[in-house]
Design a protein around this ligand. Structure first.
Ligand code: UD1
Length: 419
């Protein structure tokens, strides 16, 4: 099993081009099966989750190939509507193929991705909404069997109890080829939803309101192929910025999505780092010690502080001057990285959804295990700032979301290697 070996204490300096967004690329790949033609996707990150999505595409009869950071998906020969359990389990967000398959073939059989490292991840909102659009859903030996009796879903007015990203995506995917108009109230406003809609519009779909809480989709019988460039990954950007903030140094992120990263930047700025932004660029300079963040850091749906950046910022604040308080409002089990940070010398107390982080003088290296994708990245952030060497195992979690993390950090002068 591979591990990352990180020796802390070296400042990070240089320029880094931000990878394409994983959370955009995955639903866009699922959507590409709806086009009945060829889609070319650029800035596709090379990640294990992306390859898992390509295996699903190939299984249902598409031809998905990669050349560098571009993917080509030809969906003219789809001949299956069942996705086997082992493919569904490879990646939690495989559930997004449900809406895409329904929008294309009018039926699909999938399974619920099993237990999740962030706690239970129900899909009740996805299912309730799809039922309103005319989908019959039943459970058969642990499989979810979905069928639209008329072959084509119909538009509906849907109000989500919570702005779920995945549910909003599944509804949009089913709605673009549905008969009539679908209105989603309390829709997720995440930038990745806008990217998915941008892609679908490039394929001929009629969608308005994405980025706001009311999205309107006017169904259309057929879509067509297109060429599309995936947005930069705002969470990868937040991770490399947190690393530099924690280890000290100076970084310029290029190909960054600035407005979309602002909810994170406005909090990071309070640690005393100097941050300047330009068109698609973020510059950060971090001096000697970070300051704790005074206001409570509450994770919220976009444009609130992103839950995916909670762990990496916490790792940076673990050795700041003063006490920072986090409040995790999106997922129940999103503090699993704290045990590893404590092992590295952090002083963190978790009380339900709140984590109290008292900055220590210095973290130290330790042997730790990645608990989940962003939790594992947080351990890398802490390790780069710590005294001594840290070994992070179970890095398959990290590889789900970061393209060659060790190469990116080494190029900035960090002492990190894969062993
Ligand atoms: C997506 C992102 C993930 C991010 C999250 C929140 C992808 C591939 N993943 O996950 O990185 O952390 O958004 O920004 O894009 N919920 C229900 N019932 C449902 C659906 C969701 O109770 O039917 C709950 C979830 O358990 C969770 C909350 O709603 O507590 C938010 O989930 P959701 O926005 O759906 O996140 P994902 O789409 O799974």
């Amino acid at each position: 099993m591979q591990k990352l070996v990180v020796t802390g204490g070296k400042p990070l300096r240089g320029e880094l081009s931000v990878q394409g967004s994983k959370n955009s690329a995955l639903p866009i790949m699922a959507a590409s099966l709806m086009c009945g033609g060829e889609c070319r996707l650029h800035r596709c990150p090379k990640l294990t989750d992306i390859y898992a999505a390509s295996r699903i595409l190939n299984f249902v009869g598409c031809r998905c190939t990669f050349s560098g950071n571009s993917a080509a998906v030809d969906s003219r020969s789809i001949d299956r509507t069942e996705i086997p359990e082992e493919l569904m389990r490879e990646m939690r967000s495989s559930i997004i193929f449900m809406g895409a398959m329904l929008g294309t073939a009018g039926e699909c059989t999938v399974s619920v991705p099993g237990g999740c490292e962030l706690g239970p991840r129900p899909i009740d909102m996805h299912l309730t909404a799809l039922k309103r659009m005319g989908v019959d859903i039943s459970e058969l030996s642990g499989r979810i069997v979905c069928r639209i009796p008329s072959g084509r879903a119909h538009g509906a007015k849907i109000s989500l109890a919570f702005p779920s990203v995945g549910a909003t995506e599944n509804i949009i995917l089913c709605a673009v080829t549905a008969d009539g108009e679908t209105v989603i109230n309390n829709a997720a406003r995440e930038p990745e939803i806008c990217d998915l809609c941008g892609f679908l519009r490039a394929c001929g779909a009629r969608i308005t309101g994405d980025g706001e809480s009311r999205i309107v989709v006017k169904g259309k019988a057929k879509l067509h192929g297109c060429e599309y460039t995936i947005m930069p990954d705002r969470i990868a950007a937040a991770t490399y910025l947190s690393m530099t903030a924690a280890a000290g140094g100076e970084i310029i992120l290029t190909n960054a999505c600035v407005p979309e990263t602002e909810p994170f930047l406005s909090v990071l700025e309070q640690t005393g780092c100097s941050i300047y932004t330009g068109e698609n660029k973020i510059y950060l300079h971090s001096g000697v010690r970070l300051r704790a963040v005074r206001e409570r850091i509450r994770t919220m749906p976009h444009p609130g502080f992103p839950t995916d950046a909670q762990a990496v910022l916490m790792a940076a604040l673990a050795a700041a001057d003063g006490t920072s308080i986090f409040e995790e409002n999106i997922f129940d089990c999103r503090y699993r990285h704290t045990d590893a940070l404590i092992k590295m010398g952090a002083d963190i107390q978790v009380l339900g959804k709140v984590a109290i982080v008292k900055g220590v003088r210095r973290l130290h290296g330790a042997n730790v295990e990645a608990t989940d994708l962003r939790g594992g990245a947080a351990m890398a952030v802490a390790a780069l700032a710590a005294e001594g060497t840290t070994q992070i195992t179970k890095i398959s979690h990290i590889d789900r979301g970061y393209e060659k993390i060790e190469e990116a950090v080494s190029a900035l002068g960090g002492d990190i290697r894969r062993a």
